[in-house]
Design a protein around this ligand. Structure first.
Ligand code: AMP
Length: 422
């Protein structure tokens, strides 16, 4: 049996669980489309350098978590651990920076990280993400955050808290890094071997070390907020001003730095607030990356994006019983009370389906009771009844199961009637 077991940290999704992930993707992409995002599909694997150079050599993702292997041609290949660097590679390779105006894409699919599996943490997991290139305005940051916020709203998820911070522009980070280098020097012997290396390579990474997180030096270290340039301060206050106007609640979390190197200025996470083991788990996160494209190809194009974890969202929706609001309601069930009426039901169902409604009918029975049972089971909004009398007059009985009203409607006008009531 052993060789036929799934790999640690991976999951099978089938039937209901697969449907849940697909539903989250569908709702998320529907919302993203209203913001002008189009879909992008990039390969599951890339040249390792796409991630090493851009996610950051000192980040945990690159240092410890990548699935990297040599292919038969001796190339170093990595299963993508995240979407931003891969989409940026595609943006550059396809010269999308030459497009006038903004470039906005959403994506979804599996990501791979060699992490210790635990609640909400897997080695293969699915993300939905967006990336927007081509504007340096703080309005874009707020709009992107709003789109994420609206995805949670459309999914019916409650108690998601937006944590937001500014990690400043390049100059702010240089200030902060050189301060930290001096600051941590006297404590470094009490820190882990990784932090000892980080002191020279990337001292900011010491702040989100998982091993040393209780170390007093880390706890007492000043925040980046104190080192922001005036431009970064103003930028951040403009982002917050728009979030206030949009009435998006947030917590400014000065310790939020995010684990990936390409971020600048605005970084954020959507965190679940609950009284179970999911409490505090980030459902998604992202930020602005003003210099990523520049460092890859020398083009001055700013970007911003986020990624959501579908498994975590699904787990929260299970806990909050949020699926019921998303269950697709069958628009109509059409009841035929004799064989002739069944044919009329077929004709009407064909017409309504061609116009985009979801229609069910019972093929076997002409009795009322089993047909009503079907209507109940599929949770339909309209029941349409056709018997001898209805066939003669051409007026079909249409029951609205939500308002509990019924009306005889000319068979040619039923679609319009349903659409008008929507
Ligand atoms: P990141 O790319 O690290 O910013 O992660 C974005 C989101 O992806 C997180 O907020 C999680 O919801 C999800 N995520 C990241 N890593 C994992 C993982 N190992 N297992 C499950 N979900 C993850």
């Amino acid at each position: 049996m052993g060789q036929y077991q799934k790999i640690k940290g991976t999951q099978d999704f089938y039937g209901v669980t697969a449907n849940k992930l697909r539903t989250i993707e569908m709702v998320s992409s529907k919302v993203a489309k209203t913001y002008g995002f189009k879909e992008i599909i990039t390969p599951i694997f890339e040249n390792s350098n796409v991630f090493i150079k851009n996610v950051g050599e000192e980040s945990d993702v690159v240092k410890k978590e990548m699935y990297t292997f040599k292919d038969k041609g001796g190339r170093s290949i990595t299963l993508r651990p995240e979407g931003t660097a891969a989409v940026a590679r595609s943006f550059i390779e396809n010269k999308m920076y030459a497009n006038p105006g903004m470039t906005k894409y959403y994506y979804y699919g599996p990501m791979f990280r060699y992490e210790r599996p635990q609640t909400g943490r897997y080695r293969e997991f699915n993300q939905f993400g967006v990336e927007a290139y081509g504007s340096d305005s703080p309005l874009l940051d707020s709009d992107i955050i709003l789109s994420g916020y609206n995805i949670f709203k459309s999914l019916g998820i409650k108690n998601v808290v937006l944590h937001i911070n500014s990690i400043g522009d390049a100059a702010s980070r240089l200030n902060y890094s050189s301060f930290l280098q001096t600051y941590f020097k006297e404590y470094i012997d009490s820190m882990c071997i990784d932090c000892q290396r980080r002191l020279t390579t990337n001292p900011m990474r010491i702040l989100d070390c998982k091993v040393d997180k209780e170390n007093i030096a880390i706890k007492n270290a000043p925040n980046i907020t104190d080192f922001l340039t005036n431009e970064s301060k103003e930028y951040f206050s403009n982002v917050l001003k728009t979030l206030d106007a949009l009435e998006i609640p947030y917590i400014v979390d000065t310790r939020l730095v995010r684990g990936l190197d390409y971020y600048t200025d605005t970084v954020f996470e959507f965190v679940i607030n609950s009284n179970d083991e999911l409490n505090g788990l980030a459902l998604g996160g992202g930020g602005k990356y003003a210099n990523l494209i520049n460092s890859m190809v020398g083009k001055n194009v700013s970007g911003i994006g986020y990624a959501f974890g579908l498994e975590r969202i699904s787990a929260v929706m299970d806990k909050q019983n949020a699926w019921k609001d998303l269950e697709t309601i069958t628009d109509c069930v059409i009841l035929g009370l004799d064989d002739e009426s069944k044919i009329s039901a077929m004709l009407l169902s064909n017409e309504l389906r061609c116009k985009g409604l979801t229609v069910e009918m019972d093929y076997a029975s002409t009795k009322l009771k089993p047909q009503f049972k079907l209507a109940e089971r599929v949770n339909c909004k309209y029941i349409i009844i056709i018997g001898e009398e209805e066939r003669k007059t051409g007026l079909y009985m249409v029951k609205n199961t939500v308002t509990k009203t019924q009306k005889k409607i000319s068979k040619d006008k039923i679609y319009e009637y349903i659409e008008e009531e929507k």
